[in-house]
Write a new protein. Structure first.
Length: 268
């Protein structure tokens, strides 16, 4: 509510960033947040809808693949389409809000070309004449500031890129702002890929550890007595799963050469 407060003339970046942090911290955050934002984007108050769209774009920049997969579902895309469609809220939504929603969906077709549903939704809007032509999204539009980053973020560890970004953002030249925008997108993509690798590593190591623990318990029982047929099948299944995960663990270890602690866990 604070992040989309219609009485606030400007974006409340502190609240917006706290909202993103909560989305990232809560396991259900990526699935619940789009529903909350859809309700705000459909608000009859223009300011509230515009603030909600800013929050949405900031979440896209900061909340990773799980959030991206949620906004790429027809369930959420349909909520955005309702703002544009004269059958729903298009008759009373302000032109400013409708223009911004169109820009958002169009920009996602560029940013997420692999998401077929986003492209289909946008093409449907054009086919129905709701969108007459592709919007011209300003190339010098700087992305919203990212939420507080974890340690070893690409923004912190790549000193050369960080210095270049700081210099470009201080410039008054349009071409420098365009370059800064491209650099931010590139760095955010690297950050998301790094985060995905860390998440994949943690979940894989956790799965292997649990499997090995169960195998140890079964083998300990086997030393004392014969295993039942069910336990033997379980032991065989666990062994086969660990064998399948072995190549993945080696690959994950090779990806963590700059992180000795994580490398040690992977090798263990």
């Amino acid at each position: 509510d604070k992040a989309t407060d219609p009485s606030s003339p400007e974006e409340n970046w502190e609240c917006i960033q706290r909202f993103c942090d909560q989305v990232n911290a809560d396991m259900e955050g990526p699935s619940l947040a789009p529903r909350l934002l859809a309700h705000k984007i459909q608000s009859p108050q223009e300011a509230e809808a515009l603030h909600a769209l800013t929050v949405l774009e900031t979440c896209v920049n900061n909340c990773g693949e799980k959030f991206h997969s949620e906004i790429a579902k027809f369930r959420f895309l349909n909520e955005l389409i309702k703002v544009l469609s004269p059958k729903y809220y298009g008759t009373w939504s302000s032109e400013k809000v409708k223009s911004r929603v169109t820009e958002v969906i169009f920009s996602w077709t560029v940013w997420f070309p692999q998401e077929v549903k986003i492209r289909d939704a946008y093409q449907m809007l054009k086919k129905q004449g709701i969108v007459k032509e592709d919007p011209k999204v300003p190339q010098d539009k700087i992305l919203p500031p990212p939420s507080p980053r974890p340690q070893n973020s690409i923004f912190d560890t790549d000193e050369e890129k960080s210095k270049l970004l700081a210099r470009l953002l201080k410039s008054n030249h349009a071409e420098d702002l365009q370059a800064a925008n491209r650099l931010i997108k590139s760095m955010m993509k690297e950050e998301q890929e790094k985060s995905a690798r860390v998440s994949r590593r943690v979940s894989t190591i956790s799965e292997v550890s649990e499997n090995v623990k169960c195998m140890d318990e079964l083998l300990e029982n086997y030393k004392r007595q014969e295993l039942s047929k069910s336990d033997q099948e379980t032991l065989q299944t666990l062994f086969q799963r660990c064998e399948k995960l072995r190549p993945l663990l080696f690959r994950l270890a090779s990806e963590t050469v700059d992180d000795d602690e994580a490398l040690g866990k992977s090798q263990q």
